[in-house]
Design a protein around this ligand. Sequence first.
Ligand SMILES: [Zn+2]
Length: 182
Amino acid sequence: MSTARPVEDLDLAVELVNSACPLADPADRLADLSHLRQRFTELGEHRLAQETTAHDLPSLRLLRDRLRGVFGAGTATEAALLLNGLLREAAAVPQLTTAADGTARLAWGADRSGYPAVAARLPGALVEFVTAQGVRRLGRCAAGPCACVFVDRTRPGNRRYCCDQCTDRASAAAYRGRRRAH
Ligand SMILES: [Zn+2]
């Protein structure tokens, strides 16, 4: 049985979406499962990494595209439309679970394994995040053509780029732009 952990599941969603990026080599790292398995394993999801099979790749790619839309949603209403559709299709019914200390939380796809668990847990984590924080801290990298997404965990909430390399690329481009302007 998988245990849903919303914060970590949000990171799984980011990893899944970012498995497609025009700047990566190859641009689509879901031609097979090696990349995703590695990232899931690095995030402590050993079982999920093993349970997901090549048969799930078309579904994973579709889920990836739709989750990317959630990170690009301009309003919570837009995110709700996308997420509610995903939850309905996954028939994801959240369960209320309690930790040893009595703390209650929601578990998504707790009775599932493999792709069905992914299809319930990742949108579920996004639902909980948007419920708590809205969509402002879900972002897409502003350094095109990069298409990676991120969760903005900075204190001011003004993150614009997915990684240090994109931040550097963007500032180099801005510098060249300023030089041309003189
Ligand atoms: Zn980027």
